[in-house]
Design a protein around this ligand. Structure first.
Ligand code: C2R
Length: 188
């Protein structure tokens, strides 16, 4: 399983390899990394080939566009873009490709992410960005995997397993709580 690497905009943006890629994750700043990390981790866990970049529509617009175009040329099926504040990154990615783009609004600055939520979700007609919750990186990764799984039966099976693991976790918790509050346990 390959480990996703985070690359700063000043070093590698796009053209360093010609290897194929299934999913790409972009974030506007390295300060977003801990919020974005679950997207990369869930994709790795599902064996999706993912690349991770720090690129900004505001600060590195040329490199961001170049990366998206190169990733598309290398087969990238879905993009995830996370940014805080005036979060234009996901929309800027969507403007470059008809591949699905998933936006993650990030809580940065004084408005708790509501600014990024509106900036990401309120796209003009014709330019969709599938926006997850503020900080919803894990769901973004899962949604990206679900999109890719439409054409990948093995990945679809791994996603079913992922669901089953979560289901069993809740059922275990339910059993514990049920037992703790049962009439017998409460002495009733
Ligand atoms: P710094 O921590 O680097 O000052 O960035 C980043 O995503 C980050 O959350 C503060 C916030 O600015 C955001 N940023 C954007 C974009 N580029 C950076 N919203 C963009 O292109 O939309």
């Amino acid at each position: 399983m390959s480990k996703p690497t985070v690359t700063s905009s000043s070093s590698s943006t796009s053209t360093s390899t010609s290897t194929s890629v299934d999913a790409a994750i972009l974030m506007g700043s390295k300060s977003d990394l801990e919020t974005m990390r679950p997207a990369a981790e869930v994709l790795r866990r599902l064996d999706v080939v993912v690349e991770v970049r720090v690129l900004s529509a505001h600060r590195t617009p040329t490199e961001a566009v170049a990366f998206v175009k190169d990733a598309v040329a290398r087969g990238c099926k879905v993009f995830i873009a996370g940014a805080g504040g005036a979060a234009h990154l996901a929309g800027a990615v969507a403007a470059q490709t008809t591949r699905p783009v998933i936006g993650i609004p990030i809580a940065a600055g004084t408005l708790g992410g509501f600014d990024a939520l509106l900036s990401t979700v309120m796209m003009p007609p014709g330019m969709p960005v599938a926006t997850v919750a503020i900080g919803g990186a894990e769901n973004a990764g899962l949604l990206a995997a679900q999109i890719i799984a439409l054409g990948d039966a093995g990945l679809a099976t791994r996603l079913e397993h992922e669901r089953e693991v979560r289901r069993e976790k809740v059922l275990r918790a339910n059993a514990e709580v049920t037992a703790e509050f049962s009439p017998a346990a409460l002495g009733g």
